[in-house]
Structures are given as structure tokens and as C-alpha cells.
Design a protein around this ligand. Structure first.
Ligand SMILES: Cc1cc2nc3c(=O)[nH]c(=O)nc-3n(C[C@H](O)[C@H](O)[C@H](O)COP(=O)(O)OP(=O)(O)OC[C@H]3O[C@@H](n4cnc5c(N)ncnc54)[C@H](O)[C@@H]3O)c2cc1C
Length: 479
């Protein structure tokens, strides 16, 4: 089957593969993709990439896409280079403003950022330039043809500790190693990547894409110390005693928000993080004590309305569940997760039940496993602090949803291991680290923080940038 790039007459022959197009991105067909956890997007060929890039009309500086990109990627120049076939030059340009260009290219909510701002959206029947796919194309091309090595710099003999190997920690390390610092990343899990590895599923972000960035850092001399929980196995004070001159904290928000409902501890009820790790991470990278989940039963409910919920719905479908339903207490309009991911989940067979609040998880008499969820119907009231209309219970509206597995995807809270062991570190809002927004400086000299640990759950790109900004400030501080 062939399919045209939006706005162009060029057809792409994809042999026998049936494609769907979602927001202009070409995807494997739902029937094919729910049989595995492989990437759902079909990468561009060179011909398609040039054609897609040539759709850019090169708006006057600063272009709307650049303004909307948290990294300030020089997208119009990169697109011009791609159009000319200068893929490696385009890759170099993306690498100037981003430490994880191929990762952001895959997981950024483009419809809310660069692609959402593209002026072609405003033209009649217009589709935006597929900036994310194009960034992904050039970085993959670079790896395939020339490879990539982080530019090295002579050692300055100074040591910096980074706590957490998520996007913020990796962004910080990538910048500081280029300035000659000797970096050690302390990570509590057995592998690097943070939520890139232990959260975002492979069908959105293949693990190989994460691990090649980690390998680049290792080859540049960054040391990774795994299975080490700072605050428990070692304190920040001890890191300074060990000779580290500055510390970056990029520990994310690691605690799943709980649900106040009887039976939430029944077998078959899972917290989203544990569920996504056990369904998406291969045995050799699993944290101690966690086993892969193989059988979910026929009916799965996922409770929550964010990206994590979409990821859990789509993972459940890939594990063979027959009926996969999202229960959300507001309406679709108030859902925090990306519309693109919801569209893909629907294409793959997920159902949505809105204005529904689970209040009790009920076990099967035979084996004690989850059998059904008691719910209440809701209606929308006045807006709350977040500006979204508050869900209000309709008393007496109780009903039951059958389920063999339930996944609780209700958001994340900070883990207090570091703040409790570091009394001088100021925190706010249930343990988020208080920082200077520009520099990431905390209340303690030489200690910087960024990413979800400082802002609360946000995006990969914002976490990575927080790490880069802190790196610049740490360099100044140490000098
Ligand atoms: C399921 C899911 C899907 C998502 N999908 C998207 C998406 O599609 N697009 C997007 O932009 N964003 C997405 N996000 C959000 C994004 O993943 C986060 O905003 C981003 O990973 C935050 O980066 P970080 O470095 O601050 O923290 P994290 O990625 O959480 O990394 C923190 C790291 O610190 C380690 N750590 C924690 N405490 C300690 C300690 N005391 N000592 C040592 N190590 C420690 C953790 O093990 C972890 O490896 C998603 C999040 C989830 C949960």
C-alpha cells in the first residue's frame, strides 16, 4: 500500500505494510503493531525526508517552531540542510542545542510544541512539517553512517557527582564531560535512562535508542555506578568528603500516587511504574525482586488520564488482554495526557469510560485475585486550582466493572530519601527540591537540582534542559 506525505504528491511504497497516519506520522498498522513491543513509527527514507523537509516555508526569524521548541533547536536551518541532503550537518546542528536529540525527537509532544506551532497548520487543509520525525531521521542516519562521539576535552582534574541517570542527569553529564570534568553518575536502578528505560514503553522509545546515548557518555569517560541509592547507601555530605566539588540531583519523582479505595492491595492491582517496568523492561535490566508480568487475564482497567495511562493501556493490549478500558473521573477534555497517544491507544483497541471514579477493588472468591471494580459516576463541578472542572460524585450511582487486572496511573510524588538525609536541602510541595529556575542552584552551595525532582512530573526535554543549564552554572561555581 502507498500513502502520501501530507501536503505532497509523493507516494511512499512500503511494500506489504499497511500504514495508518496519525497527525501525519506514518505508523505500522494497529493489527500488526499490537503483536509486539517494537517501535510503531515507520522511519523516513532519504527521499521522504527530503520531501517532508522541503515543505518548510522558512518563516522569518524567529520562526514559530523555534520559539515553541524548549531547546531552541534551529529547526528551519536543519530542515534546509535535510532538503539539500546534508543530513550529517543537520545532525550536528540538533546536537548543539540538545543532549538527547533522537530521544526528544521520538517522545516530545510535538503537537503541543514545534509541530503545533508550525504555520502550515493554519493553511487550508494544512499539516505541519513533521519536525520530530525529521530530527529522528537525521540522528539515526548519523549513527548508521558515521557514528557519534561526544567531543572530548582535556581533563581539568575536577570531580562532579550526578545523582540519577534520567534525562536531567544525562543532560548535565553530557555538558560537563565536554568541559573536562570527571563525572560519576550514581543510579539506584541496575541500568541508566530513568523513565526513558523504566517507564516509557519500547513501542514509543526503543531501549536501544536510550542505551546508545548512555554508551556515548561511557566512551567519553563518564562513570556509571548502578544499584546505589544516594541518601541511603551514601549521603550527599559523603560525596563532598569523597572529593566531588559539586553535585547535581536529578532523581525525578519516583513514588506512584496512591488511590484511596478498599482492596487497592489485592493481587491483580498494580501501580503504573511497577506495571510498566515489568511489562517493558527485559529481564537483564529489571530491578531486583521484579519479575516480568506475563498474564494479565482478559480484562484490564487502567485508572488515570495521563500519558502513563495511555502507555499502560497500550502495553496491556500487547500482552494479549481482550478488553482494555481506561477509567477516568473527568471527561476527555480535562485529560492531561497527549491526544496523539490516546488516538493511538484507541486505534489499537483501548476503550475509554469517562466520569467514572473507582471506589473499591473486589476479589474473586476462588483465588483472591481482583475480579471487579466498584465505581461511582461523576459529574463536573466548578474549576479547581488547576483550572480543570472538579469531578463531583453522584451519590447512589454505584456500578461494577469486571477486571482481572487494574493499573493505577494517578501521577507521581517525589521520593524523600535524599531530602531526609540532607537536612539543609530546602524542599516544597511534598518534597520537590527548591531551586533557582535558571541555574538549578539549591539552598546548599555546590548542590544543584533539576528535572522532575524540582518541577514535578514534566517532560523529557525540560528535564534534559534543566540538566544542561545546571551544568553551565556548576562550571561557573567550580571555577
Ligand atoms: C510512563 C511515563 C511515560 C512518559 N512519557 C513521556 C513522553 O512520551 N514524553 C515526554 O516528554 N515525557 C514523558 N514522560 C515524562 C518524562 O519521562 C519525565 O519528565 C523525565 O523522565 C524526567 O526526567 P528526570 O531526569 O527528572 O527523572 P527520571 O527520568 O525519573 O530519572 C531519575 C533517575 O534517578 C534515579 N534515582 C532516584 N532516586 C535516586 C537516588 N536517591 N539515588 C540514585 N538514583 C536515584 C531513578 O532510578 C531514575 O533513574 C513520561 C513519564 C512516565 C512515567
Amino acid at each position: 500500500m502507498s500513502r502520501a506525505i501530507p501536503g505532497e504528491s509523493l507516494s511512499i511504497d512500503r511494500k506489504s505494510r499497511v500504514l495508518t497516519v496519525c497527525d501525519g506520522v506514518q505508523l505500522r498498522s494497529p493489527d500488526e503493531r499490537i503483536n509486539d513491543f517494537d517501535d510503531v513509527t515507520i522511519p523516513f527514507s532519504e527521499e521522504c525526508a527530503q520531501m517532508a523537509a522541503s515543505r518548510c516555508i522558512h518563516c522569518p526569524d524567529p520562526a514559530a517552531c523555534v520559539i515553541a521548541c524548549p531547546c531552541d533547536n534551529d529547526i528551519p536551518s536543519a530542515l534546509w540542510m535535510i532538503e539539500q541532503g546534508e543530513y550529517l550537518k543537520a545532525a550536528e546542528l540538533y546536537r548543539q542545542s540538545s543532549s538527547l536529540p533522537d530521544i526528544c525527537a521520538r517522545v516530545c509532544p510535538h503537537e503541543q510544541l514545534c509541530q503545533g506551532a508550525c504555520v502550515l497548520n493554519k493553511t487550508k487543509g494544512g499539516d505541519p512539517v513533521l519536525t520530530g520525525m525529521l530530527e529522528s531521521f537525521v540522528i539515526d542516519y548519523e549513527y548508521r553512517t558515521r557514528g557519534y562521539t561526544i567531543p572530548s576535552s582535556k581533563s581539568n582534574g575536577k570531580k562532579v557527582a550526578v545523582i540519577g541517570a534520567g534525562p536531567s542527569g544525562l543532560g548535565c553529564a553530557e555538558q560537563l564531560v565536554q568541559k573536562g570534568y570527571q563525572i560519576t553518575i550514581f543510579e539506584s536502578k541496575p541500568s541508566a535512562g530513568g523513565l526513558l528505560t523504566y517507564g516509557i514503553p519500547n513501542f514509543k522509545l526503543p531501549k536501544g535508542v536510550v542505551f546508545r546515548s548512555v554508551k556515548n557518555l561511557e566512551e567519553a569517560g563518564v562513570e556509571f555506578v548502578y544499584n546505589t541509592m544516594i541518601g541511603k547507601d551514601k549521603t550527599i555530605a559523603e560525596l563532598f568528603q569523597d572529593g566531588y566539588e559539586a553535585v547535581f540531583i536529578g532523581v525525578g519523582t519516583q513514588v506512584d500516587a496512591p488511590i484511596k479505595a478498599e482492596g487497592a492491595d489485592l493481587p491483580g492491582v498494580h501501580l503504573a511504574t511497577e506495571f510498566l517496568i515489568r511489562t517493558n523492561v527485559s529481564a537483564d535490566h529489571l530491578p531486583k525482586g521484579l519479575e516480568p508480568i506475563k498474564n494479565l487475564g482478559k480484562k484490564v482497567v487502567v485508572i488515570g488520564g495521563g500519558d502513563t495511562a495511555s502507555d499502560a493501556l497500550r502495553s496491556s493490549l500487547r500482552l494479549g488482554a481482550e478488553e482494555v478500558t481506561c477509567l477516568y473521573r473527568r471527561t476527555e477534555q480535562e485529560m492531561p495526557g497527549g491526544a496523539h497517544d490516546r488516538e493511538l491507544a484507541r486505534e489499537e483497541g483501548a476503550k475509554y469510560q469517562f466520569l467514572t471514579q473507582p471506589i473499591k477493588f473486589i476479589a474473586n472468591d476462588d483465588d483472591g485475585n481482583l475480579a471487579r471494580v466498584e465505581c461511582l459516576r461523576m459529574e463536573l463541578g466548578e474549576p479547581d486550582d488547576s483550572g480543570r472542572r472538579r469531578p463531583v460524585k453522584i451519590e447512589g450511582s454505584n456500578f461494577f466493572v469486571e477486571a482481572d487486572t487494574a493499573v493505577l496511573a494517578l501521577g507521581y510524588w517525589p521520593d524523600e530519601t535524599i531530602s531526609k538525609s540532607t537536612p539543609d536541602l530546602k524542599t516544597h510541595n511534598w518534597g520537590l527540591i527548591t531551586t533557582d529556575e535558571e541555574t538549578g542552584a539549591t539552598s546548599m552551595p555546590g548542590v544543584y537540582a533539576g528535572g522532575d525532582a524540582a518541577t514535578g512530573p514534566d517532560l523529557v526535554v525540560t528535564a534534559m534542559l534543566a540538566g544542561r543549564r545546571a551544568a553551565a552554572a556548576m562550571d561557573e561555581y567550580i571555577k
